[in-house]
Ligand binder design. Sequence first.
Ligand code: SF4
Length: 482
Amino acid sequence: MYEFAVTPAVTQLRRPGVIITEVTPGSVADELELRPSDRIVKVNGRAVRDYLDFRFQTAGETELTFHVKKPNGETLEIEFDREESEDLGLMFEQIVPRQCANECIFCFCKGNPADARPSLFVRDEDIRLSFLYGNYTTLSSITEDEMKRIVEQRLSPQYVSVHATDLKTRAYLLGVDEKRADIADKLKRLLDNDIEIHAQVVLCPEINDGVQLEKTLRDLAAYYPNVVSTAVVPVALTRYNTDERLTRVTPEFCRQTIEQVEKLQKEFRRTLGTTFAFLGDEIYIKGGIEIPSRRHYGNYPQIEDGVGMVRTFLNAFEKLLRSFQTEGKKNEAVQLARQFFKNSRTHPEARTPTALFEGSTLPIDRPRGRKLFGTILTGEMFEPTLSDQIGRYNKARHSRLNVIGVPNTYFGGDVAVAGLLTGQDYLKIKDRIVGDFAVIPKHTIKSDEPILLDGMSFDELKSKFPVPVYDLDLNGLMTFLS
Ligand code: SF4
């Protein structure tokens, strides 16, 4: 039984308010003697549940009253004025995700090894995280309060896992009854209130493919432009997914899906002016079909779901290589790297690619004049693409960079993406490392703690590697190469 399988989908019971984690020295909050661990319970008389509420209730307000609970139980009421848009200098605790009450047959939690990190079993289904980070929710157990909150606080866009618009099929995939699976009214209410929706279909062969897929895409496209886009991503099954109702995605299935969806994409471009339905990069890679061009993806509306990531990378790499051919264009190369993946959502809390770039460090200390010699590790899926590009880079820069596609033996099955590689997987190929350093994908390490998916600490991994190991995201890698 999975840890959270029976957790009811209600907002977790917790103490009211939002806890301060950091106060900027010299800021307004500092002058008001607000301190980490203080809890802001109300703003101008209105209850605060989390930092989204806090932001919503303080936005544009110059006269503010905070109800604050100190850790010792003391309660304070603080009244103050501030300049319009003046930053208060506060950081808050993370949002605790609300859990889902579905039993999706393909749920990633069912594909985890029993000893995986507890956080991998968290089934989040949270409209706040959908708005902030592009996490998908099914809306199947959304409460009236949450519906109101989306509209009132303009938590738009929302990312919704639709999977199928045929009710029976959706209920079957979600493992819930049809009443719960039916989100037609909820979707309509959001759309009527001008909340934008990005939809997702997790494509399961023999369940929601073929005519079901066509129906789903057509039904959703009928709501364009409020339903802005739909991502179709293939189900990825680990070796622990043994549910007999599931069929693995094959290269032939990918080619058939591309052929089918291409016809619809052409139609949507003609009638809507957008591709609208975007296939996941894995479908093209697995099907052995070339990744579509830049124009196909428009403004990359599903980049948060990894859709179009390979095209973005290829284009950025192409420009990078071209920039090396012209003297005096090095700055342009850096700019290109900065622009990499810039097509992202813009709300301030989102960890945008730009923010990731700013946070990236370039730790590899290379003696002047010495050519780069090292190994870049990635998932087996991305290895051929990265190898090709790095081969071109080596020729242009006379470097000796080597790429290894690391097999994912921890999850096994179809899992070949870089983001799910573990410490154990890296250690299994350590004898193949060449050169002065190794680079691993940054997102295989937890964002708030230096630990890998199998629980191995980054320090332990580094201590067992024959060369220094650095974690870089693609932005960091691009910057380094440029
Ligand atoms: S796939 Fe998502 S919605 Fe479905 S059970 Fe898992 S966490 Fe819940």
